[in-house]
Ligand binder design. Structure first.
Ligand SMILES: [Zn+2]
Length: 218
């Protein structure tokens, strides 16, 4: 594991009650942007990854200069890394959105949807891009569910910029990951579906929602 300068923010996800946030070293803006997202995601789903801020994101998860500089969800470490200056770089609403997107992947990975998607991709290689776009659409929808829980009517309307065109999740090395991104309009559309209609509306083509419905906590 690389040496990482980090602040451990989330220690326990075994139950909502047991969650322990150590936010004391965070600046208030970062705390306001990310703490509600962490709380909401873990209130909704069990067994999610911890979140870590880092000043060395470029060294993580086997990324390269085409790997996201904002967020990396490293599945083999089960950690979400955010770059430490994220709120200053993108603003608090987009920082919350970026973290919620990472959680959107995490719930797929932790609760069976990613396995289903991978099986579909490996048996239908000609549909890989289409299937990966479906995965990303569901992630945007999941992010809407999480941010609605986190902020209610004050949730962001959607991402202000394209943050996910580069690889941002998976097993190391991320440099080898396929780069599949929805355009902003499509991201916002699925995000709003999740926000307004809830998790049940997040089934996208061949990517089922039932595995997540079994785990979501209301
Ligand atoms: Zn993504």
């Amino acid at each position: 594991m690389p040496v990482v300068l980090m602040l451990v923010m989330l220690l326990s996800v075994t139950s909502v009650q047991a969650q322990t946030l150590r936010m004391s070293e965070l600046d208030p803006d970062t705390n306001r942007a990310v703490a509600p997202v962490i709380r909401a995601a873990n209130a909704l789903f069990p067994r999610l990854p911890g979140v870590t801020l880092t000043t060395r994101i470029d060294a993580l998860c086997g990324g390269d200069d085409e790997t996201s500089e904002h967020v990396r969800y490293c599945t083999d470490q089960n950690l979400i890394f955010l770059t430490r200056g994220l709120v200053a770089e993108v603003g608090s609403k987009d920082a919350a959105f970026i973290l919620a997107h990472a959680y959107g992947h995490a719930v797929q990975v932790r609760h069976g949807v990613a396995d289903i998607a991978l099986r579909a991709i490996t048996t239908q290689r000609l549909r890989e891009v289409e299937l990966r776009r479906m995965v990303e659409s569901q992630v945007a929808c999941n992010a809407g569910v999480i941010l609605d829980r986190a902020f209610g009517d004050d949730a962001p309307d959607g991402p202000g910029s394209q943050y996910f065109a580069n690889a941002h999740w998976g097993r190391a090395p991320l440099a080898s990951r396929a780069k599949i991104a929805l355009d902003l309009e499509e991201q916002r559309r699925w995000y709003q579906i999740g926000r307004r209609q809830g998790l049940s509306a997040c089934e996208v083509g061949d990517i089922p929602i039932e595995p997540l419905r079994q785990f979501i906590r209301r």
